[in-house]
Design a protein around this ligand. Structure first.
Ligand code: GCO
Ligand code: MG
Length: 393
């Protein structure tokens, strides 16, 4: 009997391998595989120090594999072990691309034509920048304020540049154009990717109120979560937060304080589906919905595991990603299908995925990483303001 689990931490993947092989393997081998909660607690406390990205991803891999095994043993999909479906399929959101309002409006229209009713526009991760590998297919590149500096100012260095003011003004133009051309039928979101000062983020969230967003994502850094009180008391723009969270100390106060509307944890960064199911159940008590982080740097197994959470959690909000195509779909057989803006899970036991490991071996990690990502083994380099100040990428 075997099972698969997602332990994907692209920026530090080799460290996760060592955590599993050198620490979790000797700890677990010989113990009963059916005691998932006990195994989770054991892995969690075995390092004494806890709640870090590398160790949580390692634990997630084991945790999700044990749920896959339990589903295979029970002969049912994992969502059935969690009380069964509360909906037929999970609504997804699309990412709209483009550097100017017209391009973005066209891209939103294309997504709507594919059946999406939720589209995230502009901003977001830098991995979509020029020359990137396209892994981590998150939000488009910071072209709004990126590059070598706008007319406003020249960079005092030659590192990638991000200008906050131009980026925020460009986003308001993009929202203006979307609402003017497309009305309010389409739900719009934006990923601020924790790149701004709290004062800028609060002002922007207020400025966005007239666009009636579905959510504004990562307006603040995990280090600044105390500012959510100010943001919440000053504007009604719905907030999604959490992809960078590794610890209950980060998500509990925001959920219990009703300071966010969507919890957007990266499931493997929290230690897998066992802790995230608890977060979903807690969030339900406080009227907070789930919107698990689902970019390209979540494996197809991870995408499937969070789809099972989506299908069995009453307070599901929206799902990012999970549409596995191309060679990835050949390697990971049994992935969910996409229709009319929804992700549809199969009903095979466990996660319902079989991995062709021989074919996978033809695509070793990092083999197609170009430029900086290749040099940094999947890690990220610097992103700076005009004056050279480093900001979170
Ligand atoms: C998103 C994220 C991604 C991340 C990426 C990190 O919302 O999809 O912000 O764009 O930047 O997953 O590796
Ligand atoms: Mg994000």
């Amino acid at each position: 009997m075997y099972g698969y689990g997602c332990a994907t931490f692209t920026q530090r993947a080799d460290l996760v391998v060592a955590a599993v092989e050198k620490y979790l393997r000797p700890l677990l081998v010989g113990r009963p595989a059916d005691r998932i909660e006990d195994a989770w607690q054991l892995c969690y406390s075995s390092s004494y120090w806890r709640n870090g990205p590398v160790l949580n991803n390692a634990i997630s891999g084991v945790d999700e594999a044990l749920w896959d095994i339990k589903g295979r043993q029970a002969g049912m999909p994992v969502y059935d072990l969690w009380g069964g479906k509360v909906r037929e399929a999970a609504q997804m959101f699309a990412n709209a691309r483009g550097t100017d309002p017209k391009q973005v409006v066209d891209s939103v229209r294309q997504a709507m034509a594919q059946g999406y009713r939720h589209v995230r526009v502009g901003g977001g991760g830098r991995e979509q920048g020029a020359g990137s590998s396209g892994r981590g297919a998150g939000a488009p590149a910071p072209e709004a304020g990126g590059g070598r500096g706008t007319a406003a100012g020249k960079a005092l260095h030659d590192a990638p540049v991000f200008e906050r003011g131009p980026a925020l003004r460009r986003m308001l133009e993009i929202f203006e154009a979307c609402r003017k051309e497309l009305g309010f039928e389409v739900e719009l979101m934006h990923d601020m990717h924790e790149r701004y000062d709290p004062r800028e983020a609060i002002q922007f969230a207020k400025d966005c109120e007239r666009f009636k967003l579905y959510f504004l994502e990562d307006p603040l850094s995990p280090e600044d979560i105390e500012w959510f009180r100010q943001m919440r008391s000053q504007c009604a723009t719905p907030i999604a937060m959490g992809e960078l969270f590794n610890s209950p100390h980060e998500w509990n106060p925001l959920i219990a304080g009703r300071l966010i509307d969507f919890i957007r944890i990266h499931v493997s960064q929290a230690g897998g589906v066992t802790p995230c199911r608890k977060v979903a159940i807690m969030a339900e008590q406080f009227g907070v919905k789930t919107a698990w982080h689902g970019p390209g740097d979540v494996s197809p197994i991870g995408h499937t595991a969070q789809l099972h959470l989506d299908l069995s959690s009453h307070n599901f909000g929206i799902q990012e990603g999970g549409l596995i195509t191309g060679v990835a779909a050949e390697i990971f057989k049994g992935c969910a299908t996409f229709k009319d803006g929804y992700l549809w899970a199969g009903d095979a036991p466990g996660w319902g995925i079989e991995v062709d490991e021989k074919l996978a071996a033809k695509y070793p990690f990092g083999a197609n990483e170009q430029g900086e990502r290749g040099r940094l083994n999947g890690g990220w380099g610097d992103l700076r303001l005009l004056d050279g100040t480093l900001i979170k990428p």
